[in-house]
Design a protein around this ligand. Structure first.
Ligand code: AMP
Length: 492
């Protein structure tokens, strides 16, 4: 986008980055750049909505056409045309539109409340939320609101339009899990794969990710598995797709499987390289919505439509029990088979789309924390501009006598923490490159993470998945070593 703005305004990328850093928003940077453009266009033409829409469509279709070799420069050119035809204010929104972030400060809940306010004097908030959960489309909900609350209540789930998946809370112990979901509970293996919501209707199958992206094309094997082993006319199944190594039959980590999610070509080859197995664990639609049914009932229906076939499609590994010992045993089995841990699920709970309610909880083994040095950071955007974030973390390599990067801490920091980190890091900056800074590795943090993975990109050869700040380690002066990382990697 910096390139786009540069082409449209003739200003250097450094200038743009500078303003971007100050404002924390590329839209505002574009506005300022267009405003300060030295060469004004001779004939001032007004940009129409139609032209904008057409350009956006063109950019989007370039993406679809050029799957094998996305010609970025063409896209940049189109986008630059749009920005250069814009007034300063238009440029702000053109850029934000392209980045899919309008920054209007309008969140889901606000629209829901506004609809309730506009049509029902603030009543029926729950109904509106529920209708949105089912349809994922506020245009449709708004239209139904116009026609009265009965119409909102009648909105239904539709096949081939993904609904938000129910999310899991985290618990630290089996006991805490039982407190959350009650006894007896349904216990599943927690696989390290891809959450897939699979829609089946009249012989057709579509596969969606948790982010509601359509990944049907990437997974012809999943489509086949479902066609052959799910016996239902109309259904929506909640599943985890897991990859395995055809050589030794063991499951592969998400990191490798994710290659298949992103890839849009060479699909057949990848399918041989990383074959997958579908593991259904819930059913949310069977010739009608099952959201109001209990998990126990949904599971019963799921069992009724699944034909199991090893390495193709099998129900999730599952037990139902009230016994802590049994859960511990099951958990042991899950982790020794290379899975992440277990999920504990409430037998009499409904399905709540998009919610992190305590109807299902995850229990993963606790990882030993690491003390790591901050070796770099990035100036933040938006509300947090002026603060350093996206911290680069390094472990100490004893042989090379230097820190090597093992991850980035991008989220989960509070304002207070960011402020404290910025105060500590700013005097340590040794180099700036656009928004990126390199710092003397003097600030040590105690870091929690989900997992250690091998990494081809980081010089250390390892990467932490989802690193989080546990504490500042101002009392320590030496980061943990790469050897320790290696040891933890082999133990996990
Ligand atoms: P997390 O991503 O750590 O929040 O854990 C929730 C994710 O675990 C879900 O979105 C699924 O992708 C995945 N998962 C793996 N196995 C299961 C299972 N048996 N039941 C539900 N979710 C599962």
């Amino acid at each position: 986008m910096v390139d786009v703005i540069s082409r449209a305004t003739g200003r250097s990328e450094e200038d743009i980055t500078e303003v971007w850093r100050e404002e924390g928003d590329l839209g505002l940077a574009a506005e300022e750049m267009v405003d300060g453009k030295t060469q004004q266009r001779l004939v001032q033409k007004t940009l129409t909505v139609e032209e904008v829409m057409q350009t956006l469509d063109e950019i989007a279709s370039m993406e679809e056409e050029a799957l094998e070799s996305v010609d970025v420069s063409k896209k940049v050119g189109k986008a630059a045309d749009l920005v250069s035809a814009s007034s300063p204010r238009e440029a702000r929104y053109a850029v934000r539109n392209l980045l899919q972030n309008m920054r209007l400060g309008v969140a889901e809940g606000l629209i829901r409340d506004a609809l309730a306010e506009a049509f029902f004097d603030g009543e029926h908030v729950e109904d509106i939320q529920h209708a949105y959960d089912l349809t994922n489309d506020f245009r449709q909900v708004a239209k139904a609101c116009q026609d009265g609350i009965e119409n909102v209540q009648e909105l239904e789930m539709e096949l081939f339009r993904p609904v938000n998946s129910m999310l899991a809370k985290k618990v630290e112990s089996i006991e805490e899990g039982f407190e959350e979901v009650g006894r007896p509970a349904g216990i599943d293996f927690k696989y390290d794969g891809v959450r897939a919501q699979i829609h089946v209707s009249g012989g057709e199958v579509k596969v969606f990710t948790r982010r509601l992206e359509d990944i049907t094309e990437q997974f012809p094997d999943v489509v086949e598995a479902v066609e052959q082993n799910i016996d239902a006319e109309n259904a929506i199944i909640d599943t985890e797709i897991i990859g395995y190594d055809p050589e030794n039959d063991s499951t592969v980590p998400f990191q490798r499987l994710s290659k298949r999610v992103k890839r849009k070509y060479d699909i057949e080859r990848l399918r041989q390289e990383i074959p997958v197995e579908v593991r259904p664990f819930d059913l949310i639609y069977l010739d009608g919505s099952l959201l109001q049914q209990t998990y126990a009932e949904r599971l019963e229906s799921l069992r009724g439509i699944v034909r199991e076939k090893r390495r193709v499609l099998r129900l999730v590994d599952h037990v139902e029990t009230s016994s802590k010992e049994k859960v511990a045993e099951f958990d042991q089995r899950a982790t020794s088979n290379g899975h992440e841990g277990i999920m504990m699920k409430k037998m009499d709970a409904r399905y709540k789309p998009g919610k992190r309610v305590g109807y299902m909880v995850k229990l993963k083994p606790v990882m030993e924390t690491l003390d790591l040095a901050v070796v770099g950071a990035k100036w933040s955007e938006g509300r947090r501009s002026g603060w350093l974030g996206r911290l680069k973390l390094g472990a100490w390599n004893e042989e090379e006598q230097e820190h090597e990067m093992v991850g980035r801490m991008a989220t989960g920091l509070t304002d207070d923490e960011l402020e404290r980190i910025t105060d500590r890091l700013e005097p340590l900056v040794v180099e700036e490159d656009g928004r990126d800074v390199t710092v003397e590795p003097e600030v040590l943090l105690e870091v929690e993470y989900e997992e250690i993975q091998q990494s081809p990109t980081y010089e250390s050869g390892y990467a932490l998945r989802f690193p989080r700040l546990k504490a500042f380690r101002d009392d320590k002066h030496q980061a943990d070593t790469k050897e320790k990382l290696e040891r933890l990697y082999t133990q996990q």
